[in-house]
Design a protein around this ligand. Structure first.
Ligand SMILES: [Zn+2]
Length: 288
């Protein structure tokens, strides 16, 4: 009797063990919705000292996460209307002149999904880091998906503080949000384990905006990756020069530190949203 109890317990333990083995994503693809630039790095990070200043041409990072329970997109890039030199038909002229988006129609998320063998209507979940124009641009392409935001970020997007620019030119574009108003939203207040298996964990990383969020994922190879998006734009932010655009510099600093600790304690790879050199070395590929 006792033996069978032990055997049952052991079996249960082994089953738990094997389910943990499958608690990983099948693959994660890093792509970009074209590039911004070139422009002086001080346009984004004003505190970079003279001897470290350079012109940068930065990616507009988007991520495709292939999970056994469904296809996930993390950020949808610039609105499709910005493609092929038509920026000023959709964004404020000042943004177009400064950012110089290179986005072609083929760079947009629906085409990027096709490129790696998926169609936009198969996407189950769209996670949006925040409601700035280079991250939330194409949520309207996913009417059947569940959209995951921090609840605070929805408030942020729909009614930014005045100092963040409510009108023109602003980094919040009503046209990105308006067509998606009646979609299904998972409105979070903090971290969230998306599939309940620890494989895709949404991390609350406010500061850049009121409700910014990042993603941590477990790869089939056993590695962990942290996708910061705009919680950390690029290497200079890791080097201690803060981003020049923040809702709260205190919250921003805490979020940068939080992601650094996760990177160091879990031995994770950290990917940043707008780092020219990191994307050149590691973008446009699958992580498995
Ligand atoms: Zn951005």
């Amino acid at each position: 009797m006792r033996k069978s109890v032990i055997a049952a317990a052991l079996l249960g333990f082994l089953c738990l063990g094997s389910s943990a083995v499958f608690a990983q994503v099948k693959g994660i693809y890093w792509t970009t919705s074209g590039f911004f630039g070139p422009f002086p790095i001080t346009g984004l990070i004003p505190t970079v000292p003279k001897d470290k200043q350079r012109d940068v041409t930065i990616p507009v990072s988007m991520w495709i996460i292939d999970h056994p329970k469904g296809l996930v997109v993390f950020d949808t890039g610039n609105n499709v209307a910005v493609s092929d030199g038509n920026c000023k038909s959709y964004w404020a002229a000042g943004f177009c002149d400064f950012l110089k988006p290179s986005q072609k129609r083929a760079d947009v998320i629906d085409e990027q999904l096709k490129k790696v063998g998926f169609s936009a209507d198969k996407v189950k979940v769209v996670i949006t880091s925040h409601t700035h124009l280079d991250h939330v641009g194409n949520i309207a392409m996913f009417p059947k998906a569940l959209h995951v935001f921090q609840k605070a970020e929805l408030y942020q997007g729909w009614w930014p503080e005045k100092f963040q620019g409510r009108g023109t030119p602003g980094a919040f574009v009503m046209g990105d949000l308006m067509p998606a108003r009646e979609f299904n939203y998972l409105e979070l207040e903090g971290d969230y384990d998306l599939f309940g298996d620890h494989s895709v964990v949404i991390l609350s990383t406010p500061g850049h905006t009121l409700g910014h969020q990042s993603v941590k994922a477990k790869l089939a190879s056993g590695g962990t990756i942290v996708i910061s998006q705009d919680a950390i734009w690029m290497q200079e932010n890791l080097d201690g020069y803060p981003a020049g655009l923040n809702f709260s510099i205190q919250a921003y600093t805490n979020s940068v530190n939080r992601l650094k600790f996760i990177r160091d304690l879990e031995g994770a790879q950290l990917f940043m949203a707008h780092d020219q050199d990191q994307y050149a070395a590691k973008g446009g590929r699958w992580y498995k």
